[in-house]
Every structure is written in C-alpha cells, then in structure tokens.
Design a protein around this ligand. Structure first.
Ligand SMILES: Cc1cc2nc3c(=O)[nH]c(=O)nc-3n(C[C@H](O)[C@H](O)[C@H](O)COP(=O)(O)O)c2cc1C
Length: 588
C-alpha cells in the first residue's frame, strides 16, 4: 500500500482504506475558534476553508472539533454531539472539497486541558492530576462508567462527520488532550484496566479507533495524531510512543500523524528552542518518525512541525522518511502554501514566530515568558484564521500587542464572568489559583515592574506601595497599579483580604505610595463593598479601553477588592526628575 518509491510532494497517495490523497501536502489541524454560539459552523468558517480548498493541499484536517459541549479546548470550538448542525457541517465539508482535497474532521476531548472559562463544570481526566498551567484547575477523575461513554461520543461524532460528507476523521491523540492524558503515566494513574502498562494506557485510544471503524463505511479515512513523546520527565516516552504505534498499526487506520509535546511543554511548536540537528533537518519529529517506519507497517506516516522549505519536505518524502508532510502555522499566513510547493514555484514558506523582546536573563529565569510566548504565538495565528474568516487577507506583519488585545476581546468579559459565576473559583481550586497567581506576581510581574521602575518607567499601572509589616514592623514595598486623583488613589488588591499588603493595611493604615517621581503619604482603607469591576474600568487611560483594563485585572485575580488611599501629606509638590532633591520623600 505504501508507495513512496519515486514519490514526490505532488504524487498521489493511496491509503489503506482505498481513499486516494491527490498529493502529499496536508494542512494540519489548526483550531479556528469560529463556531457560532451553539457550537455550529457558520459562514466565517466556510470562508476560511474556501481559502484552503484553493491552496493545493491533498488532505485538509480541520481544527479540533469537540465531542462534548461541556468540555471545550477554547471558546468558539465546533462541537459535534449529534446531527443538529448537519446542514452547516455539510456546507463546511463541501466547500473544503471543492478544490479537490480530501477533508478529515479532527475529533478531540480536552480532558484536563479544558478551557476553564468555557467549561460547564469541572474538567475530567483519567486521574485527578492537574496540568501545570496557571489558572487551570485540577480535574476530576473519570468514573469507570464515564470512559466508555466518551468513547461513544467520538464514535457518534465520526458517524455524523461521515453523514455530512467528510472523507474521514482524525483522532487527536497528541498535545496533552484527553487521549494523550490516557497514554501518559503522569496523567493516567488508574489501576482499573484503563491505565497501568502502555497497553492499558492505550486502551482508550484503541477502543475509539475500533468503535469508529465499525461505525463508518470501509472507504472512510480514519487517522490518529500521536505524540512522539510529551517531553515531560516521567511522562509518555518515545518507547511508549513506538509501542502505541505498533498497536495502532494493527487496527484499520489510514494515517498516523506524528507530533509531540503539550501546552505544558509545547514541542509541537518548536518550543523550547530546537536542537542544532533538528534545525538542520527542519522538521522537529522527523528523526523519530524514521524510527517507527517499520513498526507502522503499511500505515502511511505524516509528520507535522517545523517544515518550512520545499527541499526539506521533498527530502522527507523522496527519502521515504514519511509519506505526508503536515503544514500548520504557515497555512495560516499563506493559505495557498501547498500549491506553490507542489508546482515548485515556492521554495520557502513564510512563517513568522512570536518572540517577546525580553532580555535573555529574564527569559531564562522566568519560564512563564516562554509559556506566554507560546500562547501569543497560538493567538497570533488564530488571528490570521479569523481575518480570513472575515474575508480579509492574512497579515504577516500583525504586531503582537494587537494579538494580545484581540485575545482579551475574544476570551471576553463574559467568559471571565462565567468562570466566577459557575463556582469553579471556590474552595481548593480558588486557593490553588491564588497560590499560582501569587507565585506569578512574585516571580514575574513584580520583578518586571521593579525592572521597569529602575529604568524610570513609573506609571499608573506600575507603581510602588509601602506598608508596615504586621508581624515584622518593617517597611514592606510591593508593586501595585494605582489610579490617582486630587485627594488620593485607588488600588485593586487582586487577592483581596488574603494579600499580605491588605492585611498590613488593616493592622496599620498608614502607607506611602509613589506618584510619578514623588512619595505621598496617606491612610488606606480596604473597601470590600466597592464595585470592583467598575473600579478596574476606571484605571483605563481612555473610557473606551475600560473593558480591556477590567479583563486584564480579572485575568490575574481571585477575590479582588478596592482599596482607597487618602493623602494626608502637603499635596503635590513635584520632586525634580533627576532624583537629587534633599527631601527624603523624593528619593526612590
Ligand atoms: C493556532 C493553532 C491552532 C492549532 N490547533 C490544533 C488543533 O486543533 N489540533 C492539533 O492537532 N494541532 C493543532 N495545532 C498544532 C498544529 O497542528 C501543528 O502541529 C503545529 O503548529 C506545528 O506545525 P507547524 O510547525 O507547521 O506550525 C495548532 C497550532 C496553531 C498554531
């Protein structure tokens, strides 16, 4: 079945089910976040896929479609639980096939990586082991009865995809989502036949594959996206992955796509920075893929991650290292990427990568910078999908700050509100969130503000407050955001009465706060009855930006309260900017 000899990027590929891909270029899954409020596809999604349909790909894999509306990976995921969106799904499939490509729907359940702002309840996972991403609560362990019910959800979604005219489905078994949580010994600590050795951990995936295959017609494509490893100590290793590939290859599967990593350790996006040997061969997982060629038997292999030049892609296919080349991020900026590669008019794909301008010292000492960069990279590419969905061209020069603002807009005030309203932020989850956010404050936000202040960048959103330590009696300085007026200043204590400085204020309300380049003294009062949402909006430099400021505050807070400082010093008497005043209050 494998026909790699003499194959080029333009050669068709016959899959084990008999389905023929017109060439070796695959648009890898890119989550679009373009569903309507009911989780169905709308015109933005079909507009986007019309661009890829003309892009010359042999296979187009959709962004991950959720099999349970209670558990989403991110806002705007398409959800398939039954035939309620059949008309929209049918249009989506048809539009994508118009240019001759095959289209497969990627099916996914996020498990413990469920987005906490979209979920209708606690996240679920093989075991109650949390993911180390700030703000993501610990999941609940799935009961033995619930597991087959999720398997059935995958099967139902596949059957609906077939009815809608899709050519196949891909099971998302990579990147730390539920299937890969079952595969990893770190997240799967079950002892009941769904965990244990690698065969036990692979059972969930294999039951989905078998269930889907039984439910669909013989020529329907069934693929699996798998990690080479999850790049976490004690996690899913390359040996585990090889064992799973042997098991999957014994089932009726059409294509195994190799990727790696998770949102805790995003190797699929080339983060942390790839090794010199990987840089030479470009694709992050090609070396690993070569080691599983024999194990995969007749099942063709796709490799995704890092491919950018026609030369490297051609070598991989001509050299028989893989059968199909997956393209992710470049397809978000060049939707017609595959056409230029197969007709040889393009030799390198455009692929901007988000990198924050942070000194290497800070980057090394603050892993959160890398996490933030990874998240912004995803959002930046999602922005490009949304531009195409709106009928615009992608914008390869889009500044990162715009992406940051759009991400806040997209995740929205209401999304943050629902997180609080649904009660996920109470009890243990709330305490954990507080601890995580306090750690971020101490290790990242506070040093960043200190750094900015040392360079004279004192602003409303980054100034310094001094209180008297309630236990030590010593001066305690903390970076804070403050909104000044004639008689005092408003502050938001993001962790309410639990924050050390609000406890200090309640013991001794005398404080000093830096306004511009002058220290002011005043009396502080914690005001739990103040409308803290309205207060955060008043911190915006312009009223139109009020909602954005409010969301930014909420993203890093557990139980916010307002704090009022009333000045009791002699009034604004601006200190010289050169810091040479003899007045002690002017010195930093
Ligand atoms: C915006 C964005 C969304 C993604 N969504 C998915 C997804 O839904 N399912 C999936 O398996 N991978 C997803 N990925 C990962 C890509 O499929 C691919 O593995 C990764 O981008 C590496 O390939 P590249 O170097 O060609 O971009 C996503 C990546 C990006 C940038």
């Amino acid at each position: 079945m494998r026909n790699t000899t003499e194959a080029t990027l333009a050669t068709p590929l016959t899959l084990p089910s008999g389905q023929v891909l017109p060439n070796r270029m695959m648009k890898a899954a890119l989550s679009e976040g373009l569903a309507d409020a009911a989780g169905g596809p709308d015109t933005r999604l079909t507009r986007l896929y019309a661009r890829w349909a003309d892009g010359g790909f042999g296979l187009i894999v959709t962004g991950n479609v959720m099999v349970d509306s209670r558990h989403l990976g991110e806002p705007g995921n398409i959800v398939v639980e039954d035939e309620r969106h059949l008309a929209g799904l049918t249009r989506w499939a048809k539009t994508t096939q118009d240019g001759g490509a095959k289209v497969w729907m990627q099916l996914n359940h996020p498990g413990r990586q469920a987005n906490p702002i979209t979920g209708a309840g606690p996240a679920v996972a093989p075991s109650a082991v949390g993911v180390s991403i700030p703000g993501v609560p610990t999941p609940r362990e799935l009961s033995r009865e619930e597991i087959p019910e999720i398997v059935r959800r995958f099967v139902t979604a596949a059957a609906v995809a077939e009815t809608a005219g899709f050519d196949g489905i891909q099971i998302h078994g990579a990147h730390g989502y539920l299937v890969s949580q079952f595969l990893s010994p770190l997240s799967n600590q079950r002892t009941d036949g769904w965990g244990g050795d690698v065969a036990g951990r692979a059972r969930f995936l294999l039951e989905i594959v078998r269930g889907v295959r039984e439910a669909v017609r013989p020529g329907f494509g069934v693929g699996v996206k798998l990690n080479s490893a999850d790049f976490q100590r004690g996690g899913f290793t390359e040996d585990d992955s090889r064992a799973v590939i042997s098991m999957v290859a014994r089932e009726s599967v059409d294509l195994i796509e190799v990727s790696g990593g998770s949102y805790e350790s995003p190797a699929m996006m080339g983060r942390p920075v790839v090794s010199a040997s990987t840089r030479t061969r470009e694709a992050y997982f090609l070396e690993y893929a070569e080691t599983v060629r024999e194990l995969a038997g007749d099942v063709p292999l796709a490799v995704t991650g890092g491919f950018r030049t026609r030369a490297a892609m051609g070598d991989a296919v001509v050299g028989g290292k893989c059968d199909v080349v997956g393209i992710g991020r470049p397809a978000a900026v060049e939707p017609e990427a595959a056409r230029g590669l197969t007709d040889k008019s393009v030799s390198v794909l455009v692929s901007p990568t988000v990198r924050l301008r942070v000194p290497n010292r800070v980057r090394r000492s603050a892993p959160t910078v890398k996490t933030l960069e990874g998240a912004l990279d995803l959002q930046w590419h999602t922005d490009q999908l949304h531009r195409m969905g709106a009928g615009l061209e992608p914008d390869a020069a889009r500044p990162v700050w715009r992406t940051a603002l759009t991400a806040v807009q997209r995740n929205g005030v209401d999304a943050f509100r629902s997180r609080r309203a649904n009660g996920s932020a109470v009890g243990g989850a709330s305490l954990r969130k507080f601890q995580i956010e306090r750690a971020i404050g101490r290790r990242v936000a506070n040093p960043a503000v200190e750094f900015a202040m040392r360079r004279g960048l004192v602003s409303t959103l980054a100034t310094r407050l001094e209180t008297t330590g309630r236990k030590s009696g010593l001066v305690r300085a903390v970076p804070v955001s403050a909104s000044f007026d004639d008689t005092g200043a408003w502050l938001i204590s993001q962790h309410g009465l639990r924050a050390g400085w609000t406890l200090n204020i309640q013991a001794d309300p005398t404080v000093r706060i830096r306004q511009g380049n002058r220290w002011r003294t005043g009396t502080a009062e914690v005001l739990p009855d103040d409308d803290v949402d309205a207060r955060t909006r008043s911190f915006a430099p312009h009223p139109a930006l009020g909602p954005v400021t409010s969301v930014m505050f909420r993203a890093l807070q557990s139980d916010p309260v307002s704090v009022r400082i009333t000045f009791d010093d002699a009034g604004p008497n601006i200190c010289p900017s050169n810091n040479e005043s003899s007045d002690e209050r002017c010195r930093a």
